[in-house]
Ligand binder design. Structure first.
Ligand SMILES: Cc1ncc(COP(=O)(O)O)c(C=O)c1O
Length: 382
C-alpha cells in the first residue's frame, strides 16, 4: 500500500488529524473489492460490517454493489442511514433478541440466519416469509481468530430445522458457516461445503431445495506473513463445490468478507509517547505508543495479529524493542513473543505507522480506558 500510504500521510498532515487515528484509503478499498469480486466471480458479496463500520466504508462498498452482513440492530440502522436498501442486508448473527428480529423485519430486512430452535421460532413469528440460512458448526484448521463452539448447530440438526422453516412459511436458502477469521488454510472451507451438500441431499426427498451456500468470511490478508491471494482461495472453494455438488445442484455462492475487504485500506497513524531503556534481564528498549490494545490494537492480544509497524523512512538504523500502549494497564503491551525492531533514534513525538489496520481496530476500540477516546477514523478519497 505504498502509494496509498503517501496519500494518507499527506491527508493527515494537511488536516492535522489527531494522534492516534485510523486513515482509510478509499481507492484501496475499492480496488480490494474489485479484486475480491473478480476472484469470486458470480458470488454475492456481503461485507461484514463489524470489521469497520465507518460511514465512508459503507457508502463506498454500497456504491460498488456489495450487500452487508449485519449482526445487530445498530448495524442495520447504520447501513440504512447510509442509504443501503434493507433488501441488501442479511441479519446473520444467530444470537439476537426476539425484539431485534421484529425491529429488523419492520425496517425491511428479509434475510436471517439462525442456529437454534428458539431463534428460528422468533423468525417464524416476527419475520414471516423471510429467507433463512441455518448456521452449522464446523471444526476448521486453526485460524488467528477461531470461533470455537459459540455459533452453529451440529450438522445433524440442520435438516430438521430447515424443514420446519419451510413448513412454517419461511424460505430456506441454505447452510452457512464460518471458518474463523484470518484463516490461512486453503482447504478450510471444504468440510463446511461437504456438510452443506449432505444437508441439501437429505432435504431433497422432502421437497426442500437449498439454492444458496453462504461460506462466511475468514479470508486472510498479508500482515507480516504472506497469505494466499483471493484468487487462490476462490479456486480452492470452487474445486470443493465441484467435488461435493452435482453440477445441476450447485448452489449460488455467498461470501461475507470483513477483514480481507477493509484491512488493506487502513493505516493507523500514531506517535511515540516515551522511550525507556531496557533492564539487565531484558536489554530491549521499551517504546510506548499512543495507540495500544485498548484504543485500536485489540488483535495484538496473545500476539494474534503481527502488524507491520514502522516509523516512516529517515530515522536510521534499528534495534530490538518492546512496543507498549499508553494506558496504565500492565497488559497493554503489544507483543510478548513476536520480535519487533525500531529506529535507535526514536524519540517522543515521532510518528509511527501501523499498516493494513483497517479491520477490527476502530470498531473494536474501547471508549474510556483511562478516559482515552475510541480510535477516530478518517476516510480518504483518491
Ligand atoms: C457471521 C460472520 N460473517 C463474516 C464475518 C467476517 O469475517 P472476516 O472478517 O474474517 O472475513 C464474521 C466475523 O466475525 C462473522 O461473524
Amino acid at each position: 500500500m505504498e502509494g496509498a500510504a503517501v496519500r494518507l500521510r499527506a491527508f493527515a498532515d494537511r488536516h492535522e488529524t489527531p494522534s492516534p487515528c485510523l486513515l482509510i484509503d478509499l481507492p484501496t478499498l475499492e480496488s480490494t473489492y474489485r479484486t475480491m469480486s473478480h476472484a469470486f466471480i458470480g458470488a454475492e458479496i456481503l461485507y461484514a460490517v463489524k470489521a469497520n463500520a465507518a460511514p465512508g466504508v459503507i457508502t463506498t462498498l454500497a456504491r460498488l454493489g456489495a450487500g452487508f452482513d449485519v449482526a445487530s440492530l445498530a448495524e442495520i440502522e447504520l447501513c440504512l442511514a447510509r442509504g443501503v436498501p434493507a433488501s441488501r442486508l442479511s441479519f446473520s448473527n444467530p444470537v439476537k433478541k426476539r425484539s431485534d428480529v421484529a425491529a429488523a423485519y419492520e425496517r425491511g430486512v428479509r434475510t436471517f440466519a439462525f442456529d437454534n430452535p428458539g431463534d428460528l421460532r422468533n423468525i417464524i413469528v416476527e419475520a414471516p416469509g423471510s429467507k433463512v440460512f441455518c448456521r452449522i458448526q464446523v471444526t476448521p484448521p486453526a485460524a488467528a481468530m477461531p470461533f470455537g463452539a459459540k455459533f452453529g448447530c451440529p450438522e445433524e440438526a440442520a435438516p430438521e430445522m430447515l424443514a420446519e422453516a419451510a413448513d412454517r412459511g419461511l424460505r430456506p436458502q441454505g447452510v452457512t458457516f464460518h471458518v474463523g477469521s484470518q484463516q490461512r488454510n486453503l482447504a478450510a472451507w471444504d468440510a463446511g461445503i461437504a456438510a452443506a451438500a449432505k444437508i441439501a441431499q437429505m432435504l431433497e426427498p422432502e421437497g426442500v431445495r437449498l439454492p444458496v451456500i453462504d461460506i462466511g468470511g475468514g479470508f486472510p490478508i498479508s500482515y507480516r506473513e504472506r497469505s494466499a491471494t483471493p484468487d487462490e482461495f476462490a479456486r480452492a472453494i470452487d474445486l470443493s463445490l465441484a467435488r461435493h455438488f452435482e453440477p445441476r445442484d450447485r448452489p449460488r455462492l455467498v461470501i461475507e468478507p470483513g477483514r480481507s475487504l477493509v484491512g488493506p485500506s487502513g493505516m493507523i497513524r500514531a506517535e511515540v509517547v516515551a522511550v525507556r531503556g531496557g533492564v539487565p534481564a531484558d536489554p530491549r528498549r521499551w517504546v510506548f505508543l499512543d495507540v495500544g490494545r485498548y484504543n485500536g490494537l485489540v488483535e495484538t492480544e496473545n500476539d494474534t495479529i503481527a502488524y507491520r509497524i514502522h516509523a516512516p523512512a529517515g530515522f536510521g538504523p534499528e534495534g530490538p524493542v518492546v512496543l507498549a500502549g499508553p494506558t496504565s494497564d500492565g497488559d497493554d503491551v503489544l507483543y510478548k513473543h513476536t520480535d519487533y525492531a525500531m529506529p535507535l533514534s526514536l524519540a517522543p513525538g515521532d510518528p509511527i505507522e501501523v499498516m493494513d489496520a483497517g479491520a477490527y481496530t476502530s470498531s473494536y476500540s474501547c471508549a474510556a480506558v483511562n478516559g482515552l477516546p475510541a480510535l477516530p477514523t478518517f476516510c480518504v478519497p483518491g
